[in-house]
Design a protein around this ligand. Structure first.
Ligand code: G3P
Ligand code: CA
Length: 338
């Protein structure tokens, strides 16, 4: 990792603020992204989806129930996907009050009534302060949004984040490239092989990362027999760590075949605080041998989603090149970056 990351136009020990500083403020909202920017995170991470009227928004879940008041405002569509709502409808929702209810110790009055953000608004935030973070953009459930990669390209181009003078990256050059400041510092990420291919086709010059998970549709878990309903978490995780080198390598091969700069594997977490992470975030896909396999293939490793100092240390020792984190303040402190 230490050498590799100097040859690829992303920072070493990249601090990727997962849905913004989403430990401190409601995920993917203005204060979460403002905090991450002003702390000095390298990237603002966002999950890209598209409204019924074709607007790009930053929102993680496929539905609105977990972290908005959709059930009050649109009870008949409480379980509908994002694509069933216009932007004007999404803007009526309160995407902050859930956080105050869930985390009273971190609640703030100002979080009540926060809006879902468009990609344009996240770009405004990235451009708007003294620090100029990049954007680390995931095409979320891309099979539901045909052509979203083109929409993203068009938006980034219109905003001056792609193309000449915007830090375009030529993957074939093999030369060290200076990390662009601010505009142009985009990384694209996806769990989907099809979307990775579409990103390669539409934005070949922009760094891409293939996200990895263990389980159905992802890397074969090849687990031993379940040990019954009383199996401990520790036993479960240990059992899941038997992803074979061949199964892991097969996904690295996909990343390489599409010119990705790296992979984004899930991690085992020691301490979860809140409903940020999916079940997949508990799977070990960044063990030392896995990181080595990736590096041997010239692929960076950016792990998701790591929030605790013990985990920062463990995955740094495993050799990873960057971290998705809900707690950029804690990671920056750990890295000794004021
Ligand atoms: O994008 C990296 C990480 O965010 C993937 O998991 O579910 O939080 O989008 P998720
Ligand atoms: Ca994501």
């Amino acid at each position: 990792g230490a050498t590799l990351c100097t040859k690829i136009p992303v920072p070493c020990n990249a601090v990727i603020a997962h849905r913004g500083a989403s430990y401190q403020a409601p995920e993917s909202t203005r204060p979460a992204y403002l905090l991450a920017r002003d702390l000095g995170a390298d990237y603002l991470e966002l999950d890209l989806q598209r409204t019924r009227d074709g607007k790009l928004v930053a929102f993680h879940d496929n539905t609105l129930g977990r972290n908005t008041n959709v059930a009050e405002v649109f009870p008949e569509r409480a379980d509908a996907p994002i694509s069933a709502f216009t932007l004007a409808e999404l803007k009526q929702l309160d995407a902050g009050s859930w956080f105050n209810a869930h985390y009273p110790e971190r609640a703030r009055d100002a979080y009540a009534g926060l809006e879902i953000l468009t990609l344009d608004e996240v770009i405004d935030i990235a451009e708007g302060g003294a620090n100029h973070p990049g954007l680390y953009i995931e095409t979320k459930v891309p099979e539901q949004f045909p052509g979203i990669e083109r929409d993203l390209r068009d938006k980034l181009t219109a905003r001056g984040w792609l193309g000449e003078g915007a830090g375009a990256w030529a993957p074939a050059s093999g030369e060290a490239v200076k990390v662009a400041d601010g505009k142009g510092r985009v990384v694209l990420q996806t769990f989907s092989k099809a979307s990775l291919a579409a990103l390669e086709e539409t934005m070949p010059q922009v760094p891409r990362v293939l996200l990895l998970w263990l389980g159905e549709g992802g890397i074969d878990a090849a687990p031993s027999e379940p040990q019954g309903e009383h199996e401990s978490d520790a036993d479960y995780y240990a059992r899941q760590q038997v992803a074979s080198p061949a199964a892991y390598q097969a996904w690295l091969d996909v990343a390489k075949a599409h010119g990705a700069i790296g992979v984004g594997p899930s991690t085992v977490q020691h301490d979860h605080d809140g409903p940020f992470s999916s079940q997949f975030s508990y799977m070990e896909l960044a063990a030392p041998w896995m990181v080595s396999l990736a590096h041997d293939d010239g692929l960076l490793v950016h792990v998701y989603t790591v929030d605790e100092p013990a985990d920062f240390a463990r995955y740094r020792d495993n050799g990873v090149d960057g971290f998705f984190t809900n707690r950029p303040a804690a990671l920056l402190e750990f890295l000794g970056r004021p």
